[in-house]
Write a protein that binds this ligand. Structure first.
Ligand SMILES: Nc1ncnc2c1ncn2[C@@H]1O[C@H](COP(=O)(O)OP(=O)(O)OP(=O)(O)O)[C@@H](O)[C@H]1O
Length: 317
């Protein structure tokens, strides 16, 4: 048996299915990013993993022990499993140091003091120890919430889009810092997000969730090159439907721009991106709009272009 396993878990709210026959296995110290759109069941899954929600069917095990849900456990939740979400609850009238120490009230005083010092150091919060949450930035508050969750040394950390109040640069920086920290501590981490880029900053070990079901698992190369659905394909880039062909799609980077060819169109718009210009091209036959990369930044709005591609790049979705 793996260190952490979720076995055939299903959950509905009234008649609405939130999770359907969901299973996963994780080794100790491993990281997993679960990517899914809003409403795909991510929060429900994490709450069930943490023993905070009653599932209709299936079981969850941590290190061989069954995780009991609130129906079977008087005080729901486990110290070994910590769930962190965007609405983290810091005590507004307690300092950073006091917030982190809260979960340790029952512990030996000397140990608690030492643990708080360690966490302040690990998360770079020493200089803020006497500040109140309102005196911190969103990213700093999030770090305090994570330090608080880590204070009781959880074995499994469940991150439910905890960074959604931060901007992209802050989020990426915080994820990189946390990644090193979790590796150092040997914590097993499950991170759920709707953002593939954020997911990949933590780990290349991905699970794609859609309508409460696993649609694909694998690393980014596998998922990008061999997506099993349009949803998975679109996580990486827009996709262009080839006219008059059944469910055949191309990525913008796989379309070649030529001065002669079979599929003709006109450049509607051009956006300057770091490595290429992104062109919107209205196809002559059918009038559909394709998105195509122009790495040589050669084409201007209004230009006529011909599009071609290698057949091996066509995705049947
Ligand atoms: N307490 C609830 N009562 C009724 N329906 C619920 C409840 N919680 C979630 N749902 C429904 O279950 C489905 C899954 O919701 P969930 O919050 O798990 O998805 P999510 O992927 O975390 O979404 P988001 O990214 O928007 O937070 C949705 O259709 C949602 O409306």
């Amino acid at each position: 048996m793996s260190y952490f396993s979720v076995r055939q878990v299903s959950k509905s709210y009234d008649t609405r299915l939130a999770l359907s026959d969901f299973s996963l296995e994780l080794e100790k110290g491993s990281f997993l990013s679960i990517v899914g759109a809003s409403g795909s069941g991510k929060s429900t899954l994490l709450r069930i993993m943490a023993g905070l929600e009653v599932q209709d069917a299936g079981e969850v095990f941590l290190d061989g022990e069954m995780i009991l849900n609130p129906k079977h456990k008087l005080v729901s939740g486990y110290d070994e499993i910590k769930l962190i979400h965007q609405d983290y609850h810091l005590f507004p009238n307690s300092t950073v140091e006091e917030n982190i120490a809260r979960p340790l009230l029952q512990y030996d005083k000397k140990y608690a003091k030492q643990r708080v010092e360690e966490l302040l150091g690990l998360l770079g919060l020493k200089e803020f120890r006497n500040r109140y949450p309102r005196q911190l930035s969103g990213g700093q508050q999030q770090k305090v919430a994570i330090a608080k969750a880590l204070s009781v040394e959880p074995e499994l950390l469940l991150l439910d889009e905890p960074f959604s109040s931060l901007d992209t640069i802050q989020t990426h920086q915080l994820i990189s810092e946390l990644k090193s920290l979790f590796e150092e501590l040997g914590t097993t981490v499950v991170f759920v997000t709707h953002d593939l880029d954020d997911a990949l900053r933590l780990t290349d070990n991905l699970l794609i969730l859609q309508k409460g079901k696993t649609v694909q698992v694998g690393n980014s190369k596998e998922l990008c090159e061999k997506p099993k659905s349009r949803y998975v394909a679109r996580l990486f880039s827009p996709i262009n439907l080839i006219p008059d062909r059944f469910n055949s799609y191309l990525r913008p980077s796989d379309v070649k721009l030529r001065s002669k060819g079979t599929l003709m169109g006109h450049v509607l718009d051009s956006r300057y991106l770091v490595h290429y210009n992104s062109l919107q091209i209205r196809l002559k036959n059918g009038g559909e709009i394709w998105e195509v990369d122009d790495p040589l930044r050669k084409y201007k709005i209004g230009d006529r272009v011909y599009l071609t591609w290698d057949e091996e790049k066509v995705m049947l979705l």
